[in-house]
Design a protein around this ligand. Structure first.
Ligand SMILES: Cc1cc2nc3c(=O)[nH]c(=O)nc-3n(C[C@H](O)[C@H](O)[C@H](O)COP(=O)(O)O)c2cc1C
Length: 245
């Protein structure tokens, strides 16, 4: 009587182990760098971004003159190079020795993070989902496979043009990081830093011939829940980015 039960449990265990092994095998999709599982890739959810360019087509003065808040986007995909350039302008590392970045930061504590909500075909070679920008090494970390633009729109007082953009950036601030050094005043510093980063992104987006707008009208708690952000990452700005006519 005991023997058949033993064999049933043994076979079930074997099937379970087999399923576990199969689920860990890499899945290859065309153009999806996330799926690459080479010995060099430290983590399958980490994506290397193209290196940013240090020369653009417009002068700084021309970009400042042309910058506008743009709320109408075409359905054309962004390129990974454009996305990389935009993220670099906001929080990219511009001095490898010190780790200093493209935007200034009180005490060089860098409390800001940038999340990307990408729609289907929103960015070439980047599947829809949510990503977190890692300035160190200019990389992305994939944190979800869902297209959450509609939810973001609802959380932003239904500003419907947000869901039309192929990509939406969310800039978050970690107050505690700066308040450790500056006390209550650190909260203000984090807000001021978000302004620097958002302006860099505005100008970079404009110089690439794309469009964006800073959205301040949103429900913070809803955005934290939608993106499943760490509770210390407070959303400060939502910025849809897309091609413009
Ligand atoms: C703190 C802040 C919050 C803003 N929030 C919104 C917003 O929720 N929705 C929106 O469409 N524009 C928003 N804007 C953009 C302004 O409407 C825009 O900057 C203003 O109309 C001037 O136009 P310009 O940016 O083209 O010069 C915001 C701008 C700032 C600085």
């Amino acid at each position: 009587m005991e023997k058949p039960i033993f064999w049933i449990i043994f076979v079930l265990l074997l099937v379970l182990i087999g399923l576990c092994v199969l689920s860990r095998l890499p899945k290859f999709q065309k153009g999806n760098k996330v799926a690459m599982s080479t010995p060099q890739a430290p983590h399958k959810n980490i994506i290397d971004l193209p290196q940013p360019e240090l020369k653009g087509k417009m002068s700084l003065e021309e970009v400042i003159f042309k910058r506008r808040s743009r709320r109408e986007y075409t359905q054309e995909s962004l390129t990974l190079a454009q996305v990389s350039q935009i993220l670099w302008s906001g929080q990219g590392i511009t001095d490898e020795k010190t780790g200093f970045r493209s935007s200034p930061s009180a005490g060089a504590l860098y409390p800001l993070d940038i999340y990307l909500v990408v729609g289907r075909n929103g960015v070439e070679d980047l599947p829809e989902g949510v990503y977190h920008f890692l300035p160190q090494g200019q990389k992305l970390e994939k944190i979800s496979t869902e297209d959450l633009r509609e939810s973001l729109t609802k959380a932003s007082l239904n500003q419907s043009f947000i869901a039309q953009a192929p990509m939406v950036l969310v800039i978050t601030g970690e107050y505690e990081r700066t308040m450790v050094k500056y006390g209550e005043r650190g909260r203000q510093y984090v807000h001021q830093e978000a302004g620097h980063t958002a302006q860099n992104i505005y100008l970079q987006v404009e110089s690439l011939g794309l469009g964006t707008v800073t959205i301040g009208a949103f429900n913070e708690e809803e955005i934290i829940n939608i993106l499943d952000l760490p509770s210390t990452h407070h959303p400060l700005y939502v910025m849809p980015v897309g091609q413009v006519e």
